[in-house]
Design a protein around this ligand. Structure first.
Ligand code: HEM
Length: 349
C-alpha cells in the first residue's frame, strides 16, 4: 500500500505530473496502480462497465491492519448507499435516493435562504476569536439538521448530523470507532422517528447519506472559498467554487475483468485512481474560455454525485451570505489545504 503515499504526494503537487501524458504509474507492480488524469481517458474509465468502485471498508481494514475489525454501522450504511454498489443494486439505490433528494431540493427553495440569513445574523463581524472551520461545520450541521427534520416531519429536535470526517487515506482504528459511535446515534435517531411514523426503519440510510456524503466535501469547498477570493471579487457561485476547489480529491476504482479502454489494456483487479483536480489542471480548466460547468468535481458516469443540486443550492446561499457578512478579523494565515480522499483545511505544521 506504499503507493498511497505517492498518490497523496502527487495530488497535492500537480507540478509532479507530466501534462503530455494521461496517467502515471504509482508503483512497480504488474499491473501497476495508475493515477489517471487525461480528460478523455478519465471520462471513459468513469463510464466503463468494466470498472467498479473499490470497497472503502476493506481499504480501512487493510490500512489499519485490522482484517477482523467490524464497523457495523459504517458497513451497514455502505451496503445500501450507492457509493460502493454496482449493477442492479446500484440502480435501485440511486432510484430511492433520487426521490428523496428531489423532495429535499424542492423544500430547500422555501427555507434555505432565510435560514442562512438567520444563521449569519448570529455572527459578530468584530469577533476576534472567529473560528472559520467551526463556523462552517456548524452551518453544515444545522442545514442538514433542518433537512432531516423536515423530511421526518419533526419540529425543533437536534439531529446529530455532524459525524466528523471519515474519508481519509490514513484513518486510525480509534478514529473509525469514534465515527462508528456517532453514526450509530444518527441512525438510531432516524430509525426511531421512522418507526413512530409507521414507516420502514430500514430506509434510515437514505437520510444518513446526507451527513455521510455531504459534510466533508462541503467543508473543503467552503473553506476554499474563505481562503481564496473569487477571481472577480464577487461572491463565489457554486459552479465556480466547486470546479476551483474540486473538494473530492480522489476517486478509486478497480477492473472487474481484463479490458481495453481507449486503446489501453487493463488487467483484472488493477487499481485506478482519478483526481478531478488533476483532470482540471491538465485540461487547463481555469482558462476563461472554459465554462465552470465543465467540471469533474462531481465525477462522471453512473456514480456521478446525486447530491449535486443540493450541494449547489447550499453553496450559493452560504457563499452569498459570506460575501455580504464576513468578519473583519479573519486569521487564515495558520491554515493550508491538504488533498486526501477529500480536500481539507489543515493547520500549518
Ligand atoms: C461539495 C459538495 C459535494 C461534492 C463535490 C460531491 C462529489 C461527489 C463525487 C465526486 C462523487 C462520486 C464518487 C465516485 O465517483 O467515486 C459523489 C458521490 C456521492 N455523493 Fe456527493 N458530493 C458533494 C455533496 C454531496 C451531498 C450534499 C450529498 C447528499 C445530499 C451527496 C451524496 C452523494 C452520494 C450518495 C454519492 C454516491 C453516488 C454513487 O456512488 O452512485 N454528495 N459525490
Amino acid at each position: 500500500m506504499l503507493f498511497i503515499f505517492r498518490l497523496k504526494e502527487i495530488i497535492n503537487q500537480p507540478s509532479l505530473i507530466n501534462l503530455n501524458e494521461d496517467y502515471i504509474a504509482l508503483n512497480h507492480q504488474d499491473p501497476p496502480a495508475l493515477l489517471v488524469y487525461g480528460e478523455r481517458l478519465s471520462k471513459s474509465i468513469l463510464k466503463s462497465k468494466f470498472i467498479l468502485p473499490t470497497n472503502i471498508i476493506d481499504y480501512f481494514k487493510l490500512i489499519t491492519h485490522q482484517p477482523e475489525a467490524r464497523f457495523h454501522f459504517i458497513e451497514d450504511h455502505f451496503k445500501y448507499s450507492p457509493l460502493m454498489l454496482s449493477g442492479e443494486d446500484h440502480r435501485e439505490s440511486r432510484k430511492k435516493l433520487s426521490k428523496l433528494y428531489t423532495s429535499i431540493e424542492n423544500n430547500c427553495q422555501h427555507w434555505l435562504s432565510h435560514f442562512t440569513q438567520d444563521f449569519f445574523a448570529q455572527l459578530n463581524p468584530a469577533d476576534q476569536n472567529f473560528d472559520p472551520v467551526f463556523f462552517i461545520q456548524k452551518y453544515i450541521a444545522s442545514v442538514f439538521n433542518q433537512m432531516i427534520l423536515l423530511e421526518l416531519e419533526l419540529k425543533d429536535a437536534v439531529v446529530p448530523t455532524y459525524l466528523g470526517e471519515i474519508l481519509h487515506m490514513f484513518r486510525s482504528i480509534d478514529e473509525l470507532n469514534e465515527y462508528e459511535k456517532k453514526l450509530e446515534v444518527l441512525v438510531r435517531f432516524i430509525e426511531d422517528a421512522l418507526i413512530k411514523q409507521k414507516k420502514d426503519p430500514k430506509d434510515a440510510w437514505m437520510l444518513v447519506t446526507i451527513a455521510v456524503m455531504g459534510t466533508e466535501p462541503l467543508l473543503g469547498a467552503f473553506f476554499y472559498g474563505f481562503m481564496h477570493e473569487h477571481p472577480h471579487n464577487k461572491a463565489w457561485d457554486a459552479f465556480s467554487l466547486f470546479r476551483a476547489s474540486s473538494p473530492v480529491s480522489t476517486l478509486s476504482r478497480f477492473l472487474a475483468k481484463d479490458a481495453t479502454i481507449d486503446g489501453l489494456h487493463f488487467k483484472k483487479d488493477q487499481l485506478i485512481y482519478l483526481s478531478p483536480d488533476l483532470i482540471h489542471y491538465k485540461m487547463k480548466a481555469f482558462d476563461a474560455s472554459i465554462p465552470a460547468s465543465k467540471s469533474y468535481s462531481f465525477s462522471d458516469g453512473p456514480h456521478t454525485c446525486p447530491g449535486l443540486r443540493i450541494a449547489m443550492i447550499i453553496a450559493d446561499a452560504f457563499m452569498l451570505a459570506w460575501h455580504e457578512k464576513k468578519p473583519i478579523h479573519l486569521n487564515l494565515e495558520k491554515y493550508q489545504f491538504q488533498r486526501d480522499f477529500i480536500l481539507r483545511p489543515k493547520i500549518h505544521g
